[in-house]
Design a protein around this ligand. Sequence first.
Ligand code: BGP
Length: 479
Amino acid sequence: MSTRFPREFLWGGATAANQVEGAYDEAGKGLSIVDTLPGGKARLAIVASESFDFSLDTARYTYPNHKGIDHYHRFKEDIALFAEMGFKCYRFSIAWTRIYPNGVEQTPNEAGLAHYDAVIDTCLAHGIEPVITLSHYEMPLHLATVYGGWKNRALVGFFERFSRTVLERFGHKVKYWMTFNEINSAAHFPIMSQGLVVKTDARDAQAKFQAWHHQFVASSLATKIAREVNPNIQMGCMIIYATTYAYDSNPVNQLAAMQRTQSFNFYCADVQANGKYPYYAPRLWDSLGVTLAIEPCDLELLANNTVDYIGFSYYMLTTVNETHAEGEDTEGNLLGGTRNPFLEASEWGWEIDPTGLRIALNQLYDRYGKPLFVVENGLGAIDKPDSNLYVADDYRINYLRQHIEAMADAIADGVTLMGYTPWGCIDLVSMSTGEMSKRYGFIYVDLDDTLSGSGDRHKKKSFSWYQKVIATHGEDLAL
Ligand code: BGP
């Protein structure tokens, strides 16, 4: 029987070290910037405030990433559950701080490497392909506090050493990699991927764009190393894609939507996939007063080490309304814009738009002609378990089903799509709020926002649904 999704399609799920592992100071791990982020809805506002300087204030705040869901100790149980769902791949990240605790050491921490050997081998034993993000929203704290984050060129060398270490160690058994998670996110929250806070110029476009340049160079170096280690490695970039609409047919809004698409959705991927700065970059830099420091070999390095595929997260769209004729600002839509009157939003205000995913896939494929990989997507929702801790999450199933339909449509449109790894396949600590109660998983983790609870894992209704989806190659999406 022919199916809409190819047989080799990588069905799976995604997590990130800092949001699941916990064990934040075990086995030689150093402090990461995420270890200093307080839990709670005010998280992003606190870290974007002038006073935030990465200090821990345990009297005022909780730090949920310290404990996560204890995946560090329970990964075997978790991966066995993923295997039971039929996962073909598991996307996770390596904590830089487990390998180089402060980022600057000359030799890696063997205990950290051994841990990821065990995680990878567990995946492989279950027939699950690991898909590894080298840097997912964390870096050694030392590199942020002492070096000022990615705006400092020195980070290129530190990242190169880290990448070389893990690629040489794992590159013979792991085919799929990505460099920086949501690299373009720094436009909105520069602390996460660039380690910048207000005191280290987070509000300064010059710092952000220079940091991006260093990350592009570092990403190219990692890609180069990967190919030297194993020519079969597939290296991807990873961006947030928020399909961008003009609020109305006013050309002013149409133009603004186009420019927003360029400067936010495409800017980073243009460099990483095409190997050069896009034609619109000089004008963008001028408008922001940015002058990039580019070293002689940088442009050649970028040109020669482009990525093999485009990984992206898709959660929400952006609606642009420059004229403010009507319409209201979105509340909670992480990436701003005007509320879209045609769409519903999640409990956290993230607007839901499966059609936008089909548009995103077409726009990205049209632009780059490279395979695409939806490496994050999902619904953060409040689950209400019954007395057996069973969650009937029909709302999540409906969300995922609509997005899978949109992917099937995009494939029928002619797009090459490698796989789908819904975010937070097991409940984990939210990035933007540090909450446990914002759940995405197929697997319920018995922990509350204070991380109290047994920590035990329970299959939700979506668990058996996704199992069936994978078993039928995406054909049977019924409840
Ligand atoms: C992406 C990040 C993830 C993740 C997800 C959901 O931006 O790459 O780390 O957490 O968003 O966001 P949140 O956890 O804030 O709901």
